[in-house]
Write a protein that binds this ligand. Sequence first.
Ligand code: AMP
Ligand code: MG
Length: 466
Amino acid sequence: MPYKPQSEPGKTDYQPDVQITTLGEKIGDPAAPADFPKHILRFRNDRWDQSVGLDELSEEQWLNHFGKFEPLADNLDPPLALRYHGHQFRTYNPEIGDGRGFLFAQLRDHEQRLMDLGTKGSGTTRWSRTGDGRLTLKGAVREILATEMLEALGVNSSKTFSVVETGEQSMRGDEPSPTRSAAMTRLSHGHIRIGTFQRIAYEKNEKLMHQLVAYCLDHYYGGAQSGDPAAELFAHATREVAKLAGAYMTAGFVHGVLNTDNINITGESFDYGPWRFTPYWEPAFTAAYFDHEGLYCFARQPEALHWNLAQLASALRLIADSDPLVETLETFPKAYGTAFTEHFCWRLGVVSEGFEKDRDLVVAAEKGLAAKTTHIDRFFHDWCKMDDLAKPDELDPEFADFGSLIAERGRSRKPNSRYWQQPEPCSMHIDEVESIWNAIADKDDWSPLSKKIENIRNMGQALRNG
Ligand code: AMP
Ligand code: MG
């Protein structure tokens, strides 16, 4: 099956629909936003605000909701800091939860999906431990860049919805400090994490586990179809997380912190900290400086996600038999292989010739990329822009196998977008991320960020439409 990227934004009216409270008071705790000295609008997602009917808010209204966090009409009041646990670098941590964010609102999008607006950097909560509840402005800018790039590359990701600079200075051990701060809001297809299930299993709360399984099936997967809802939900999550693994690899993306509290039950990628895009196809490329073992390095991401699914299965054992869970868990490698092949062919823009031939093509491309003579984005860009796919003689020798396999293929899109005329691919390597941030830090110059977002969105358009 050809890969189908997530939906495009559309237009709808504001449709509040608070469902989280049906799960009772053990799912989250009332939270209060911090009282920030300033509210300066730095980013408003003008693609996605219309999709939840918030595009007509004035700037003042926007800042009231996404800087001061005044509740949206008929929505959560107060917001809820969600409870969860998680395995962090494989060690179980029962002390975490929303420590610098909360679920601010729930509302329907243009496809009637139940969406969450969740915050990061909005102040301390019951779960902050020793943290300050804040997000650095650099962290917010990095999250904008990651989410825009992933969306363009067809990865199922949360959207950065709003960034408001708060006028506060924060201290960080790993950034020049004091540093500017921001309150960020993300638009996400839910905030139920594997860690949410782990916490409920830890507390042996069978009733809530049943309720949460039903909630996820109803709101994210079209409702229960069988007499074994936990196994059914696990099958959905396994399929979607396998797709996520395939998408990360195709994008050359390294999330950096694939802990179970950062994995959404919908398989939507979210929570961007020390992420990076690897320039070359380098299996050991690691994003987080504190990931000393390379646990979450580029090529180990599918394995890390599979391991996380095993933790979900283990939590679901509270209310389900193990056999169907284990059976589903074993489907992951194949599901991942299929998802990776489909996504890679989508990015190449070639017509599918069935799984086996597609897989052989991807293996040949990977072999060429593994020689590390060509950046990943350059490779895709050059193929996508070519008038004629059949030019194997122009290829470097490491891509000879790829060239002979691709020569006979058809295109699935026309390379007629102006984006493809650019000599350079749109990448997101660390030097550029730092230089976009430095323009803001040194001169308060936001134009490199705006230009980059425009270029990324043009690439996304070209990949989707030709
Ligand atoms: P993360 O690695 O960003 O997914 O965060 C892991 C946990 O630490 C979550 O429970 C966060 O809410 C919490 N956390 C991270 N940074 C802060 C902070 N500055 N203040 C309070 N809690 C934080
Ligand atoms: Mg997190």
